[in-house]
Design a protein around this ligand. Structure first.
Ligand SMILES: [Fe+2]
Ligand SMILES: [Fe+2]
Length: 195
């Protein structure tokens, strides 16, 4: 996928189709769309959320599957986590978080410390799931429970980044600066090829 390119025409959640036809025209009073410097990066999170929704369905289908299918599904879930989530977190710690720390003000305890620690917790859980998936006799119920907890944590983590960290970059950097300093040279692809 391309990072830093706007993609979206939202179909769901938009205004009712009747707006603008009657006497009251909320269309006229709608707030203008404000472009944020981090929109390209936010789009990447949106794409990953779609992948996460697919992975959640895969996890939910594990208990009812045959042992062979369970093995295949667990391996697929772990592959997504290792090939998509881990590189994304690594890139953030190398590129995105240092920029946030700089703009939030130099401090012996960086602003992003707790978010970095969440990456560690996410990575630890991925390792545990990976170990479970590679066992000869797997615990499907345990994998389901831990997998769901992990996806919930990842989604909450995305929201924290968007609500707390990205506004600091939106305020402190123009879109051009964001493109140049954060997105160029292009980061490693964060989604598996063909997704
Ligand atoms: Fe992160
Ligand atoms: Fe992220």
């Amino acid at each position: 996928m391309q990072v830093g390119r706007s993609n979206a025409t939202r179909k769901k959640g938009g205004p009712p189709a009747t707006w603008g036809r009657g006497k009251l025209t909320p269309r006229a009073s709608r707030a203008p769309v404000v472009q944020r410097s981090s929109d390209g990066f936010r789009n990447e999170h949106s794409e990953m959320r779609k992948e996460i929704a697919r992975v959640a369905m895969e996890i939910a289908s594990i208990p009812a599957a045959s042992p062979l299918e369970q093995q295949r599904k667990m391996a697929q879930v772990v592959r997504f986590l290792c090939e998509t989530i881990v590189p994304h977190s690594d890139w953030e710690e190398k590129v995105l978080y240092p920029a946030v720390d700089r703009l939030a003000g130099e401090h012996p305890y960086p602003f992003t410390s707790s978010m970095r620690y969440e990456h560690f917790i996410i990575g630890r859980s991925i390792d545990e799931l990976s170990r479970e998936a590679s066992k000869i006799e797997q615990n499907a119920a345990g994998f389901l429970s831990q997998g769901n907890q992990l996806l919930g944590l990842i989604l909450a983590h995305f929201e924290e980044e968007e609500a707390v960290l990205l506004p600091i970059l939106d305020e402190g950097m123009s879109q051009e600066e964001f493109e140049r300093e954060i997105l160029s040279p292009p980061p490693e692809p964060h989604l598996p090829k063909g997704s």
